[in-house]
Every structure is written in C-alpha cells, then in structure tokens.
Design a binder for this molecule. Sequence first.
Ligand code: DGY
Length: 341
Amino acid sequence: MSDSKLKVVVCRDLGPDVMPLLLNNPRLDVVVWPHNSACERKWLLENARGASGILVMLSEKVDEELLNAAGPKLRVVSTMSVGYEHADLKALLTRGVRFGYTPDVLTDAVADLSVMLALMAGRNTKETTEAWPNFVWSPFAFCGPQLSSTPTSPKRTAGFIGFGRIAQATFARLVPFGFQHCLYTGNAKTAPDPAADAALAAKYGVKEVRRVELDELARESDAVFVLAPGGPATYHIVDEQFLRQMKKTAVLVNTSRGTLVDSDALAKALHEGWLYGAGIDVVEGEPQVGLDHPLIKAPRCVVLPHIGSATNETRLGMATLTVNNLLGGVFGEEMPAELGT
Ligand code: DGY
C-alpha cells in the first residue's frame, strides 16, 4: 500500500452500482472481504490494522477489540443498518472515531413489510401456503380476524412499542384500513407530550394518538407492532405477561429485533390462543435459526429471514449512504448520516 493512500476495509461486497465509489477513488486502498457471507472475525481483525475507515454490516461487532486492532489511524466506522446495537458507541466516542448509519432510507420498506406481516398473521399465511394439494374448501376454513375495519366491527386500534420514524410510517399506512386509534409506548426518559400527540392525530386525521403504559397497549390493540431498538433496555419487553393481556383476535408484528420478544412465551401464546397470530421478521438467535426454533414451529406464525429493508431501491440507497458516510469520515468531511449530529 502506498503511504499516501488511506486504507478502508469493507466487510461485504456492495455490488457493481456502489463499489466503484470506493474502488475508483485513487486516494483509497480498498480491502474487501472476498466472500458472499458474513465477514470472518479473524479476517476483519487482521485486515483492520492501519485502516482509516471500516464498513460493517449488522453482523460485525464494533467493539474495543476491533478498534484496538485497527489502531490510531481509524477515523470512521460506517454501518449498513439503521440499528447500531452491534457498536460500542462509548468506545468509538472515547477514541474520537465517527460513526455512520442509515436512517430514513429504509423507513418505507420496513413500514410496508410491517403492514404485510400484520395481514399475513391474520390471514393464516403460514398454514394456507402449505395447504395444497390436500385442501378441501369449506366456508370457514382458515378464517382469521380482518385487519381493516368492518361495519360490524368498526373500531381498530394499532399499538406501537416504540414510536419512531418506522412506526409512524406504519401507522400512516394503517389509517386507510380504518385504524382511528394509535397507542404507543414512549421512552421512559422523556415526558408524555399530549400536545404533540394531538398534533399527530390531526396530521393523520384520526381520533386518537396517545402514549400509554405497556399493559394498556397490550389490552387495547388489534395489531401490536414491535418497533423499538434492540439492546438490554428492551430485552423481552414482549413477555408472557404482555402476551396474556392481548386480545384473542389481535396480531403481533416484530420488525425490529428478535430480542424484544420472548420466543418461548410467544410460541406458547400461539399454541394456546392468547392472541391470533404473529408476523415476525426478526428472531432471537438469528442468523442461526433452525427448523426447531419455537417460532418456526408455532401455529399462525409467519417467520421471515430479516428482510424488512430488502427492496432493490432501499438496499441500493442504504449501500450508497453507507459508502458516502465512510468517504465523509475518512476524508474529514461531512457525513450524510452521522450518529449524534
Ligand atoms: C437495520 O438496518 O437495522 C435493519 O434491521 C436491516 O434491515
């Protein structure tokens, strides 16, 4: 490597539309993990030495060990994710290493998928997609609760555990389904703000947007969306106590992190009918999820392999933003999405 070039380590090939932004930059020496699989830790630690920038996925832990391996030249770590529980922010801050992530670009894709999972959970998608060839039609086979409101059951309430950008985009999509009530749990560190809630209700043209305690959210919601960040503060926030309080006709959707939902408790709840169904994009233990996972085996539970942001447009947007964050950090310029700014 020539001394004048800055080394960047890239943990996944980002494809022909994005990689040239790095590979064609004459000021960079680009080292790319050469396989289409999660980057091996040993390879990363060895190659990080002397790097000015590291581009990671959710699968790479950004911790003291990695930062020490990289050494004092490191200026930036850029993750291709909106979540950042895999990064030790304190360790980054202490060393003055900047951190880039990908908010906003994936909001619509994840909101779309959240609504899709609510529909799938209520419409027996797991069972119906496995129904052929031995299926005999009968009037009430596979009937589940209707997500949209009906003349005989007009009230629909959405409950959000976490009410950030993706949750609000999800609620906006539910309004035309007849959801006039929106309940959410807030961050304990911030005070309730009824005026802001009223402004949101007016924005969406609905009867109610209201911050509530978890128990009320469980009891009142027809569809519960888990959309808070992962980490110790939200670990198993959906537990047996929560699930036992849900309506028998309600569905639960998790598109944030698997750790927020107690898998064994949810499997038990589905087997025993405490709620109707679940749509899950993220599971505890991923990516090592076998067919013996309690949620894979649970009835009326659709389990997807963490594809919330998996649209062409969104992944391209995320990859481009991740690279632009890396470039900004490496060259000491503005980063389009730097955490904490
Ligand atoms: C993220 O970016 O954190 C998402 O979970 C990836 O789809």
